[in-house]
Design a protein around this ligand. Sequence first.
Ligand code: UDP
Ligand code: MG
Length: 322
Amino acid sequence: MSVSAAGPRLSMIVPVKDEEAAIGPFVARITPVLDALREPDGAPLIWEILFVDDGSDDATLAAIWTAHHADPRIRALSLSRNFGKEAALSAGLDNVRGDAVVPIDVDLQDPPEVIGQMLDRWREGFEVVYGVRRDRQTDSLPKRMTAEFYYRAHNWLSSDKIPEHAGDFRLLDRKVVEVIKVMPERNRFMKGLFAWSGFRQAAVEYDRAERAVGTTKFNYWKLWTLAIDGITSASTVPLRVWSYLGSLIALFALIYAGYVFVRTVLYGADVAGYPSLMVATLFLGGVQLISLGVLGEYVGRILVEVKHRPIYVVRERIGGED
Ligand code: UDP
Ligand code: MG
């Protein structure tokens, strides 16, 4: 944890998509908080903010330029189109220089005041200090319930447990950042990658505020896609259950066949049984389609991975030559 030569100690990564109205208030709120941070010897802590403009269609980039001119510690990358928040975070991790790195949302839902506590835990030797939401009052009931269900399902299926109620707002030591950077996969489910990387982890509790300006960029369909990405990248259990389910059904079918045989020998054949046949056919057809669909999810992801395209494309940089 030595101070790297003249580089910033703390890097904030801020992914933004269509947030022109949020940049100003965010910078105004976080700058005094970062300026108040100190090194253990009392010297001011050197920091930088890296915005990652994730293909915004509004004046987000202009707002970032304004902020950069007012304070050159504010830099930015602008991606060539919308690659999604996970890709934007990857772009950020590849381009920051700090010994400690903190991704944060621009909408001020993650309170900057918590960063000081994160730094304290980091200095105690923790390499990942994640923020845990004290409650989810600011989320709607359906969102809370689906989130709860998702964490349960993920952690049940995968051996890399992701902490519940923790978002992307967390402090990462340089060591962790370097591990994430060399992970080759295109599918960037960040919470899964963090969970896989291990290291000494600590939690800091905080209250998540309401979005200060603008609207959420995640609808339920996007969240569903993210959830599927998360599970398929962290677990192969969904691929394997079908063999077990298939074996069970086959075993049941064999037993049933024996029963039918004995019954026919004893009492002769009859043509009843149309409903049960229909049920069995439809049920098995459904199960087979589901299993094919699950295979498709994985095969589709293999296709994306083998194409080996870059995770994001940078169009423009604001400030900082590295
Ligand atoms: N974001 C992004 N790319 C996207 C969608 C969102 O960079 O495709 C950014 C967004 O600008 C914000 C952060 O990700 O800074 C969190 O998004 P949001 O607040 O909409 O998510 P929520 O808090 O509703 O989960
Ligand atoms: Mg938000």
